[in-house]
Design a protein around this ligand. Sequence first.
Ligand SMILES: *Cc1c(COP(=O)(O)O)cnc(C)c1O
Length: 413
Amino acid sequence: MDSAYRYEQDTLYCEQVALADVASREGTPCYVYSKSAILRRLRAYQEAFGSTPHAICYAVKANGNLSLLRLLAEEGAGFDIVSGGELFRVLKAGGKASSVVFSGVGKTADEIAYALDQGIYGFNCESEGELALIDTLAERRGVTARVAVRVNPDVDAATHPYISTGLREHKFGIDIAEVEAVYERARALKHLSMEGVSCHIGSQILDPAPMLEAAGRLVALAQRLREKGFDIRHLDLGGGVGVPYRPGESSPSITEFVTALCALAEGSGLRVLLEPGRSLVAEAGMLLTRVLYRKRNGKKEFVIVDASMTDLIRPALYGAYHGILPLRRAHRGVIRADVVGPVCETGDFLARGREIDNVLPGDLLAVCTAGAYGFAQASNYNARPRPVEVLIDGDNYSVIRTRESYDDLVRGE
Ligand SMILES: *Cc1c(COP(=O)(O)O)cnc(C)c1O
């Protein structure tokens, strides 16, 4: 649990705010985020880079709430986007287009045109078809687009198969063995400036070795491209480190990871870009939920709560583990139970076979480490309004997104 969260006399606090108070005032399910926990991690990245030229481009897909984007922009972050909608969010939040890199395997012509018109920093390109399309759209506008080809370095990130992206058989990037020929052919595209190399081998990586291995391969590639006359200026190494979800799980230190990266890039003169998402916001967030019922089916004990896979899909989608804590410790002993939501799917669980406090209907629980890929992947399945989001700052909090209403559910139909 992040140090912003702690128990005081059996009551769970985030910074100086008792979470039970937030839950009773704003209702449940409710996402809460600690401002200080987010900023502490952004600063860890920034400080570890020291004098190495760099940019921290927050991966908007982890959590695109405008207030969080505004906070990160004010503190000097840039942004990594994967859609036109994410660019719109960044600009709405006051982020600068010139701080944005555009990643993703399926950018549409409209999205590329929008990004060129807004003047983003650059594109991480994933295919020759995309390079040709960006060149055409840039020519039409009389501009030159900054480009890095996303390389598939063929290292195994050893993470969940759905979020591992750096192997030859994945849809992402261009094989490192073939990429130099792609740069050569791109010489004919006069409205592209081929000035970067990029990669992203996966998310929730708990062993930094494969990420450093990929970084080493990219530094060497940048050197080979320079020898061929390409003016390679930056290296984009993709997402950040993994975070601890399970008790006792240890994650790489941001400082050590970045220090090792800087050592690899030292002397190259390359500007190093990182696109951390999860490691900036995951541990800063919790999902608050209320117990609706207790129920026993055969030998199995169920705790039915008002949050579900529509609010936090990670357990259902990846079999992910999230810690579950009571907002008030009642000292009634512990039970082993499945914590499940109201959605009509057997996959709708937040925890399975978990030892938790012996809760009763009406009690409040926190689902931990929910700040990343939580609200961002929330849906309206079962016509469930998406939850309220709250940002906690010291002894204050503000609602940064109101709970959806039934009217919101049918808007546009
Ligand atoms: C998802 C993603 C990220 C963010 O990864 P985290 O593990 O959340 O830091 C960064 N870059 C790209 C291209 C991504 O797809």
